[in-house]
Structure formats: structure tokens, C-alpha cells
Design a protein around this ligand. Structure first.
Ligand code: MN
Length: 295
């Protein structure tokens, strides 16, 4: 069974003690197995308090972030590469403190629009850093997820096939591919086939609708998404990600371009998403089991 998660931005834009407790309590109340905490600025996370709240409400956690221009490990620039490695190491120490099982997102480049393609030297530098990050993460049992995002948010990994090739070059069992339906809808020719082709390299999964609002209110064919996950035998977390101008994290909402109000009530949104994902995965697993049966 996949663990189901919900992104913290469904609830809160920041991570003050009050926001931390509210986001964790509401995720737990709806029966989610984990909350994904936005870690663009890991120094803003009070690890001891967050751990206490996760324990109090009995829910797991993962963390996600993207690097920025000054910490871009794919830049080929030694100073920025060193700052990026330090940032990722800092995130790992918070992840270890709060008991996060996965650290994922745009960990291999800046999370921004690029105006040039990456260089081979830049990619090689990113892979070197991620190998050290992966080795460090492994000591705490943490899986690293390299999130494949659309061309306007990175120039390095835009397709599942690129990410599989990149993760193989890193060459560690805990450094895996992280897919997101919102981005796949933009870049993949066949979402179901892309999921299946990742096979055991798939380590984290984001479910988001084409407009980033309510599941089912956009144009993504989720039957094919769930079928792909069932056929791939994917066992990792499935996390619901949605953004509205109703909940603002200035840095993250700005990069993502969250200008419209797609929902007001995060609880109603997250309750609906959980039912949608559970029903979709159940019927996909049943259909897959039927198709495998030999009569
Ligand atoms: Mn995502």
C-alpha cells in the first residue's frame, strides 16, 4: 500500500509554531499518512518542535525544495556548487531531526526559468554533489527524489527518461526519480508509459491537476496515471500537491506562478483528493490483478 501524503501549502504558507501545528493536525485528522514540508529555507524550520508535533499527531513526513540561482549545483560554478551542497546538507540534517523518510524536489539545479540549456560540465558537477548527498542521506535511511519538472522550472530534468539516465549516473540505490502529474502533463507524450518505464527507479510521486486545483477539475487522465502506478508496482509515497492564492508562501508561490484563487478551503480540497486517489488506486490495482489472472 502506498502511503498518502499532502503538501503543507494546502494548509499554510509559512512554518511558525502555530502554522506547523495546524498543518500537521489537519493532515492527520483527514487520515493522511504523511505531510510534505516545504524546505526552500531549512533554517525557518524548528526541527525539535516539528518532531514533537509529528509525534503528537502520529503522522510521518517528507521534505521538498528547489535550489536557487546562488546555490545552483548544475551551474558549473564552484562557489555556487559549494553553497548548494551546503544547503542540501542542511536540509538533510533537518530531515534527520524530524524523521523525514524522503527529501525530494529540484535538488539537482536551480528552481527557475533558464534561458540556456545546461552544460555537460554543469550536469557532471550536479551528479558529483548528489552522490555525496545520497551517501549522507543513506546513513539516515533517507531516500532522495529527483523531481522531474516542466521546462519553465528547470533546464535539467524535464522527462522521466532524462531522470532515469541522470539517477543511473548518480548510481546509488536511494537516489530515485520523483514524478509529478502536473509536469508530466506538459512534457510527456504518454504519462502511463513514462511511469512504467521508470520501474523500480521511481521513488516518489506527486499528484497534481493540470491547473493545480481540485483533482478531476482539469484535463489530466488520472485513470491512466493510476493504471501506470499499479502496473509499475509502485510502492512509494503518493503526495497530493495543490496551490491557490488563498495560501501564500512568497518564495514558492512566486516561482510557481500561483496568481489565481483555485480554492479557499484546504480541508475540503484535501479530503476530496484523498478519496479521489484512494478510489483511483483501488480500481487500478483491481483491474491490473484481473488482467494478470490466467484463466
Ligand atoms: Mn511537484
Amino acid at each position: 500500500m502506498n502511503k498518502l501524503g499532502v503538501h503543507a501549502l494546502v494548509w499554510v504558507g509559512g512554518w511558525s509554531h502555530a502554522e506547523c501545528e495546524r498543518a500537521i493536525a489537519q493532515s492527520a485528522e483527514l487520515g493522511y499518512d504523511l505531510i510534505e514540508i516545504a524546505a526552500l529555507d531549512p533554517s525557518a524550520i524548528d526541527g525539535a518542535f516539528t518532531r514533537k508535533m509529528l509525534d503528537r499527531y502520529k503522522i510521518g513526513t517528507t521534505m521538498s525544495l528547489g535550489l536557487d540561482d546562488s546555490t545552483d549545483i548544475s551551474s558549473g560554478d564552484r562557489d555556487r556548487q559549494a553553497r548548494g551542497e551546503a544547503r542540501l546538507m542542511q536540509v538533510l540534517s533537518v530531515a534527520r531531526e524530524i524523521g523525514a523518510t524522503h527529501v525530494c524536489g529540484i535538488l539537482y539545479s536551480a528552481f527557475q526559468k533558464y534561458f540556456k540549456p545546461p552544460t555537460e560540465a554543469g550536469i557532471a558537477g550536479s551528479i558529483d554533489v548528489l552522490r555525496r548527498i545520497g551517501e549522507k542521506a543513506d546513513k539516515s535511511g533517507i531516500t532522495i527524489g529527483l523531481e522531474v519538472v516542466n521546462r519553465y522550472e528547470t533546464n535539467v530534468l524535464n522527462t522521466a527518461a532524462q531522470a532515469v539516465g541522470f539517477a543511473k549516473r548518480v548510481g546509488l540505490p536511494n537516489v530515485k526519480v520523483h514524478l509529478d502529474t502536473y509536469h508530466m502533463n506538459i512534457e510527456e507524450a504518454d504519462i502511463e508509459a513514462a511511469i512504467i518505464e521508470c520501474g523500480p527507479m521511481l521513488g516518489y510521486f506527486h499528484i497534481g491537476e493540470s491547473g493545480r486545483g481540485y483533482l478531476g477539475a482539469g484535463n489530466i487522465d488520472f485513470d491512466r496515471v493510476f493504471r501506470g502506478l499499479a502496473k509499475a508496482g509502485y510502492q512509494g509515497p503518493i503526495t497530493f500537491e495543490s496551490f491557490s492564492s488563498a495560501v501564500v508562501n512568497e518564495q514558492l508561490s512566486g516561482i510557481l506562478g500561483i496568481w489565481r484563487n483555485l480554492w479557499e478551503d484546504g480541508a475540503d480540497l484535501a479530503r476530496h483528493a484523498k478519496g479521489f486517489i484512494e478510489a483511483g488506486m483501488k480500481s487500478a490495482h483491481e483491474a491490473h490483478a484481473r488482467s494478470m489472472r490466467v484463466d
